[in-house]
Design a protein around this ligand. Structure first.
Ligand SMILES: Nc1ncnc2c1ncn2[C@@H]1O[C@H](COP(=O)(O)OP(=O)(O)OP(=O)(O)O)[C@@H](O)[C@H]1O
Ligand SMILES: O=c1[nH]c(=O)c2[nH+]cn([C@@H]3O[C@H](COP(=O)(O)O)[C@@H](O)[C@H]3O)c2[nH]1
Ligand SMILES: NC(=O)CC[C@H](N)C(=O)O
Ligand SMILES: [Mg+2]
Length: 545
């Protein structure tokens, strides 16, 4: 349970006094904010995400036992940067609510409580070691003295407020962990919520259960029950619903969940948009038939979409063209369903996940207003203004690994659960520039097939989170059969991740890469060079566009 003061406050307010503890996360626009709430859920504790400028009344209406301030793209020392309400720290102290600030959140604590934050000489992005420099409540006694963490910041705390001590430092001596144990205010400059911060999860666990003393009581079954209830509330008893099914795990799980709620009023359709991998259309339809046991209509839209993409090189323009064309196809499918059932479907189910939402353009006025657009995922930021559907997206707040767990809970077949993700815009974001140029689509299909088969043959498919080939719009000089060639360069990417929010490149044995590279250059015409992508996310993203 939470602290005596917080418990007393809960009893006084009468809200959730006997319910589970609630962790409120205030969102300052970090790409990882929702990851904080999911780590908390993973620990079995209920968590609510609120915008960073929520007022005190909105925050206290959730009766928080703990408040976490997220990271964000702004700088606290710049005029107009988002902040907590004026009475925030006094309120937390009065109610005994522990506060943890992460990255921007820590910088806010430092600046608002009388310390100083400044642009650092050197920004820090990606993996690096940090060291515990003195005994601390935040880390407790069990923590490793040195741990690898994930950084993503350009500002740093140069002076701490009174009552705070620095308990962690980077190699360069920068402040990375602070605490005022008496006031129960803590800060981390790095991101403990991402899986690549080795002991981050333990740090959050320690903070919740040992410092804040919250009680767990939240499960994946709660999520399933809640989402089925929401679908039933939204979709009327006679309504029919279209589901965009791709062969990927997200839409398979979304379809299964909605089917549980509304049964055969669900109509699934799979679109071949011309951007699928080698034989993917046939393979996916076979998977649906053999494993999913839901009728699926396949629509071939490849000629129309490729005609629209011809000559388009800008990644965002490609994504938006594809997003809009998907919706065109779903609207036409609506006519087919109406002919068949006599009812015009109003709803569209998509397997949208949280990373798709946070990386896409945040809609104006939404709670994600402090976030930057990274890329417009076709199913969120790539949607046209005139949608013509109400969306049903039961997975919108979840991450891939949570979706896989939800799928297992509903017995979704392993064939879907263990599949590497494949983006809706497909090969269009893996052929850099114009997808219609220079036989690029066929070339990359052939390269990808060789690469993925090699990964499967080596028994590595399930160890890798996602792997694919990329077609680069450049040529290099080679020598093949004693002849000069001037041919294309392809990139190979393989990453490890748990949720796609952060990723590291997979370290193949050199022999594997050597063999794959030789096979590609021998078997695929027009390719004489293969490069391997050794960049993490951040600073890169998983896909190249
Ligand atoms: N070829 C397609 N046909 C129909 N719907 C699609 C297609 N590709 C994507 N979608 C829709 O867009 C959503 C988002 O695509 P996304 O690739 O993120 O999810 P997924 O394909 O279901 O799972 P995964 O991420 O594992 O590939 C899908 O869940 C699905 O609703
Ligand atoms: O359905 C999708 N529509 C999209 O527009 C899209 N863009 C990226 N991705 C997938 O999302 C995960 C994170 O990718 P990025 O680091 O490239 O954003 C990776 O798994 C990507 O394959 C998409 N999926
Ligand atoms: N990830 C973050 O929260 C970054 C905070 C701030 N924008 C910085 O660069 O330091
Ligand atoms: Mg997909």
């Amino acid at each position: 349970m939470s602290s005596p003061a917080a418990k007393k406050a809960r009893r006084e307010s009468g809200v959730g006094a006997t319910g589970p503890d609630t962790v409120v996360v205030l969102d300052y626009g970090s790409q990882y904010t929702q990851l904080i709430t999911r780590r908390v859920r993973e620990l079995g504790v209920y968590s609510v995400l609120l915008p960073g400028d929520a007022d005190m009344a909105r925050i206290t209406s959730h009766n928080p036992s703990v408040i976490i301030l997220s990271g964000g793209p702004n700088s606290v020392h710049v005029e107009g940067a988002p902040s907590v309400p004026d009475t925030f720290f006094d309120h937390c102290q009065a109610k005994g609510i522990p506060v943890l600030g992460i990255c921007y959140g820590m910088q806010l604590i430092v600046q608002l409580m009388g310390g100083e934050v400044k642009p650092a000489d050197k920004a820090e992005y990606g993996r690096m070691p940090v060291h515990i420099v003195q005994e601390s409540a935040l880390y407790g006694e069990e923590m490793d003295p040195t741990q690898m963490v994930w950084m993503s910041h350009g500002d740093e705390a140069v002076k701490l407020p009174e009552g705070f001590k620095c308990v962690g430092k980077s190699d360069a001596g920068a402040v990375v962990a602070i605490e005022n144990a008496e006031r129960k205010i803590f800060g981390l400059q790095y991101h403990p919520e991402v899986t690549h911060s080795e002991r981050g999860f333990e740090t959050i666990r320690h903070f919740l259960f040992h410092i804040a003393k919250v009680e767990a009581g939240w499960t994946m079954q709660n999520v399933l029950d809640e989402q089925i209830a929401i679908v039933n509330q939204k979709v009327g008893p006679d309504d029919h619903v279209i589901c965009a099914l791709s062969g990927g795990v997200d839409s398979a799980v979304a379809a299964t969940l909605v089917h549980k709620a509304i049964g055969d009023r669900l109509h699934c359709c799979f679109v071949d948009n011309g951007l699928l991998r080698y034989k993917e259309g046939e393979r996916v339809m076979k998977m649906f038939k053999d494993h999913l046991h839901l009728p699926v209509t396949k629509i071939d839209d490849s000629a129309r979409l490729l005609a629209k993409l011809k000559g388009v090189a800008d990644p965002e323009k490609k994504r938006k063209t594809i997003g809009a064309q998907f919706i065109e196809v779903f609207k036409e499918y609506k006519d087919d369903v109406e002919k068949k059932t006599g009812v015009r479907p109003k709803f569209l189910v998509q397997g949208t996940l949280y990373p798709d939402v946070i990386e896409s353009c945040p809609p104006p006025g939404s709670d994600q207003k402090h976030s930057h657009t990274i890329k417009s995922h076709h199913n969120v930021g790539g949607l046209p203004k005139e949608l013509g559907f109400e969306l049903v997206e039961p997975l919108r707040m979840l991450f891939k690994d949570e979706v896989r767990k939800l799928g297992l809970l509903m017995d979704v077949p392993q064939a879907f659960i263990s599949r590497h993700p494949f983006p809706g815009p497909g090969l269009a974001v893996r052929v850099l520039g114009d997808v219609c140029a220079d036989g690029a689509l066929d070339t990359i299909r052939a390269v990808d097939e060789i690469y993925i088969n090699a990964i499967k043959d080596a028994g590595l498919y399930d160890k890798i989170w996602q792997a694919f080939a990329v077609f680069l719009p450049i040529k290099s000089v080679g020598v093949q059969g004693d002849q000069r060639t001037h041919s294309h360069v392809v990139g190979l990417r393989a990453i490890t991740s748990s949720d796609g929010m952060t990723a590291d490149w997979y370290q193949f044995e050199p022999k594997f890469l050597q063999e794959v590279s030789a096979k590609i250059c021998n078997e695929v015409k027009n390719v004489n060079r293969v490069v391997y992508d050794i960049t993490s996310k951040p600073p890169s993203t998983v896909e190249w566009e």
